[in-house]
Every structure is written in structure tokens, then in C-alpha cells.
Design a protein around this ligand. Structure first.
Ligand code: GLN
Length: 486
């Protein structure tokens, strides 16, 4: 295993002067140069800027909890330098005039941002194949996808191109790629992390969150990025605990919920099921009580999500018309409407166009009640289901993704198949609660693929979720395995 490839080990190595920030950054950049042709994780690499900041760390001019840490950033977070593309032709040359709050917080803590990572266009997808620029590959098997939409951030970390990374999660986009790449990924409670400067996809669902190799790495990232922000009216003004403080203290009297209806959800890969069952058995051994809980609305989660998210997307993406924002057609046009429609047809890819059409349709006056209002009613019921479940358990335990990493091209022609991969992740965003994915095993075979375990907890249960995750991590070794390329 390469030295200092976890965030905590890298931080400690810098503090004890075993390695310099310049040396760590140089290693990350070398690794990017070496592996990028095969992994395709980055839309842009900020080498010069990163080296400049690393030097400033070594000179003592920049300090903080993440001083000198090479970190990768999903390319839908605004930076006042470089481009912010959302992996869309629409924003190919977009230069944001300001830094997202998360970026500000990371850099104030001394992080060295090495580059901006590939995603499904505007974060719509589960494989990173919907990028307008490139298809990111999974470092565990480069024939396969890393998951999505934060696939670039997950692949970059799994390939050792950084020591932690940032993604966004609207319906699973941090947790699912974390599962498929053998990482820890956390979707914070809605309102825990500022979304100021995150390019909006579905505003009532979007959250920014971290990827780490370990639970402690993820906790440290949460310490830095969480907190109230006046610039995001949906961010919550409650104090941020130190997520590292009690991490090693096992949760006494832990009750974990198994969702009855999740057994019926068809299409769970047998190897995933086995690994998740074994993880539950391990928790039992660690003293947890396993309780059966019920989420009766389970069969409607995907349907509700794939109405709400496209509705909000169709509204958020209306601003890209070639005049206010985004790509403008060079074709001759007769009027402004033609300018809008040609620019949008050229700038948006197929999946984004599909979502805009679904959303516009579902919001149109004749169908609003039948689709959007019903989806919102379901949203209330889904929230209520979780409230009931959490009155009986501390957290729900289930698979993150029903299947391990699939082959590139395998599902890209069939949107519905792709949507079904999100069955265990979308309800968390619909309810606004917190969720984490941690490594819980590997498939058998020549190229073992990581399997992810998901823990879901009530609002602002991040501290508890991290502790529960750490209990399992401390008793297992999955998190110490590295992708063959890393
Ligand atoms: N796969 C889901 C979608 O395509 C979730 C994406 C996300 O969380 N950004 O909408």
C-alpha cells in the first residue's frame, strides 16, 4: 500500500514532518499523470495552483486541519479559478466568479485542491457515462464504471490520486460510487452542508458530502465542510459536533433496523446480499440488536424520485438558454425562441434533455396534479415511514447498491435499468435524512469488486452514523484493501 494514502495518515505525516506538503502534492499529481489515461477521473487538473498552495503550507503561510492534503473536487462546485463545467457542453468554458462555500472552507483549512472531477452531466446518472467529455473507469476493473454521478471523485480517490474527495448526492451520487469503488461516502442531512456554489440539479434533494478511504477520514472532512451558511437559506444554524471526538466509542445498546420490504426488492445480486447479511451478523456479534422495521412506501421511492428530481431540474436548468447562461449556438437563427432551442439542443446531452422533458411534462397544467402533487404526497409518506422506523432503531442497514460495478455500456442504453440501481439510495434524499456507505466485502472472481453497506439515520445523526460505521470498520479489514491500480 502506498504511504500516507489516507487523510489521517497524510495529515499526521505532515504534522510530524515525515513528508512535506510539496512532496505529497507532487505524488498525487504524478499519480494523476500516470493513471489518468486509463481512469479518466478529471475534467481539469490544477497542478500549478496546487503546487503553489503546497509550498505555502510548507512555508507555514497556510495552516489548518487539512493543511497540505491533496483533495479532488466534483466539477459541479464553483471555483473562482479554472472552469466549472458540470461535464456539460453547456458550461464547457464556464468560469465561475466565486468559490462555493465548501471550497472556501476546504481551502481555509489548508486543503490543496488538485483538480475537478468528472460527473454525469449536471449530476444526472449513476455511472458517469452521461458526461459530455469522458467516461470515468473503475480502478478495481477498468472495464467497469465507478458509479455516479460523482464517479470522478470516487475513482480519483480509489486510484490514489488524492487522499479524500468531495461529491454531491441528490439521489445516491456519493453513496453509490463509494460502494462501487470500495470507499466511505457520506450524504449529510439536508441543511448540514452549505450548497452555495453547488450548481443546482434538484434543490430540495441536493447535498454536498465527502468521500474518504476510512470512516475517520470522512469524519474529518465533515468537520471541515459542515455548518450554517448565511448564503444558503436551506442550511441549518445548529452547532457542528466534532465528528472525530467519539468516533472510537462503540454505540451502547445499538439497535439496527432491517427493512422488511427491501427483501422483496427484486434484483439484489446474490453476492451483495451475502455480504450485507454477513455485515448484519457482524453487528450482532458486536452487540447490536437487530429489529425488523417496515417502510411500506418502498415500492414507490424510485417513481417519486424520478418525478421530483426531473421537475426541479427542468426549472433549475431553464437558465441555460445561451443568453443568461451557457452555450450559445453559432447557427443562424430567426428569433430568440430559435436561439434558445438550438442552444439548448446543442448544449445538453441526451439524459439531461430526457429529464427536462419529463419534468416539464409533469409540471404542465394538465398533469401537475397527477404527477408532481402525487409525488409530493408520497414524499410526506416516505418521511413518515422513516420517522416510524427510527422510533424503533438507531439506524437502518441495507445494501447501498443492489449490484456491484457494472460494465461500461451495459446499462447506458436503458435509462430505466439505470434508474433502478438507485432503489436503496433515493428515499434518503426524499426524506432529507443522513446516509453513509462503507465497504463490506468483495465479489469473488479474478477481479474482485467492492460491495457497499448503507446505514441510514434520522436528521443530524451523522455523528452516530459515523460511530456505527466505525464499529464495523474496526472489526473488519475491507477498508485496507486497495484497487490493483492504486
Ligand atoms: N442516479 C440518480 C440520478 O440520476 C442520482 C444522481 C445524484 O445523486 N446526483 O438522478
Amino acid at each position: 500500500m502506498p504511504e500516507f494514502d489516507t487523510l489521517i495518515s497524510a495529515r499526521d505525516a505532515i504534522r510530524s514532518k515525515q513528508v512535506s506538503a510539496v512532496e505529497l502534492t507532487r505524488r498525487a499529481l504524478e499519480r494523476i499523470a500516470q493513471l489518468e489515461p486509463r481512469i479518466q477521473a478529471f475534467n481539469s487538473v490544477a497542478d500549478e495552483r496546487a503546487m503553489g498552495r503546497a509550498k505555502a503550507v510548507d512555508a507555514g503561510e497556510i495552516t489548518g486541519a487539512l493543511a497540505g492534503m491533496p483533495i479532488a473536487l466534483k466539477d459541479n462546485l464553483c471555483t473562482s479559478w479554472g472552469t466549472t463545467t458540470c461535464s456539460s457542453k453547456m458550461l464547457e468554458n464556464f468560469r465561475a466568479p466565486y468559490d462555493a462555500t465548501v471550497v472556501k472552507k476546504l481551502e481555509a483549512a489548508g486543503a490543496v485542491i488538485v483538480g475537478k472531477t468528472n460527473l454525469d452531466e449536471f449530476a444526472m446518472g449513476s455511472s458517469t457515462e452521461n458526461s459530455a467529455f469522458k467516461t470515468t473507469r473503475n480502478p478495481w476493473d477498468t472495464d467497469r464504471v465507478p458509479g455516479g454521478s460523482s464517479g470522478g471523485s470516487a475513482a480519483a480517490l480509489a486510484a490514489g490520486m488524492c487522499v479524500a474527495s468531495i461529491g454531491s448526492d441528490t439521489g445516491g451520487s456519493i453513496r453509490q460510487p463509494a460502494a462501487l469503488c470500495g470507499l466511505v461516502g457520506l450524504k449529510p442531512t439536508y441543511g448540514r452542508v452549505s450548497r452555495y456554489g453547488l450548481v443546482a440539479f434538484a434543490s430540495s434533494l441536493d447535498q454536498v458530502g465527502p468521500f474518504g478511504r476510512t470512516v475517520a477520514d470522512t469524519a474529518l472532512m465533515m468537520n471541515v465542510i459542515s455548518g450554517h451558511d448565511r448564503k444558503d437559506s436551506t442550511s441549518v444554524p445548529s452547532a457542528v459536533p466534532d465528528y472525530l471526538a467519539d468516533l472510537e466509542t462503540p454505540l451502547k445498546g445499538l439497535r439496527l433496523g432491517i427493512v422488511k420490504e427491501y427483501d422483496l426488492a427484486s434484483g439484489i445480486d446474490p453476492e451483495v446480499k451475502r455480504a450485507v447479511d454477513a455485515a448484519v451478523a457482524m453487528y450482532k456479534q458486536l452487540g447490536a440488536t437487530i429489529v425488523d422495521v417496515s417502510l411500506p412506501t418502498t415500492p414507490y421511492g424510485i417513481a417519486a424520485y424520478y418525478v421530483i428530481a426531473p421537475c426541479e431540474a427542468s426549472s433549475n436548468l431553464a437558465r441555460y438558454d445561451g443568453v443568461h447562461f451557457g452555450h450559445r449556438t453559432k447557427e443562424p437563427v430567426n428569433d430568440i425562441i430559435e436561439l434558445f432551442s438550438k442552444s439548448r439542443a446543442e448544449g445538453f446531452g441526451e439524459e439531461v434533455q430526457r429529464r427536462i422533458m419529463i419534468g416539464t411534462y409533469a409540471l404542465s397544467s394538465g398533469y401537475y396534479d397527477a404527477y408532481y402533487v402525487r409525488a409530493l404526497q408520497l414524499r410526506t409518506l416516505i418521511r413518515r415511514d422513516f420517522d416510524n422506523a427510527f422510533s424503533q432503531c438507531d439506524a437502518i442497514v441495507c445494501p447501498t447498491s443492489p449490484i456491484p460495478a457494472f460494465k461500461a455500456g451495459e446499462k447506458s442504453g436503458d435509462p430505466l435499468q439505470m434508474y433502478l440501481c438507485d432503489v436503496f439510495t433515493v428515499t434518503c434524499n426524499i426524506a432529507g435524512i443522513a446516509g453513509i456507505s462503507i465497504p463490506c466485502g468483495f465479489t469473488a472472481g479474478e477481479k474482485p469488486l467492492p460491495i457497499g453497506l448503507q446505514l441510514l439515520g434520522p436528521n443530524f445523526s451523522e455523528e452516530k452514523l459515523l460511530r456505527i460505521a466505525r464499529m464495523y470498520e474496526a472489526a473488519t479489514e475491507w477498508h485496507t484493501r486497495r484497487a490493483p491500480l492504486a
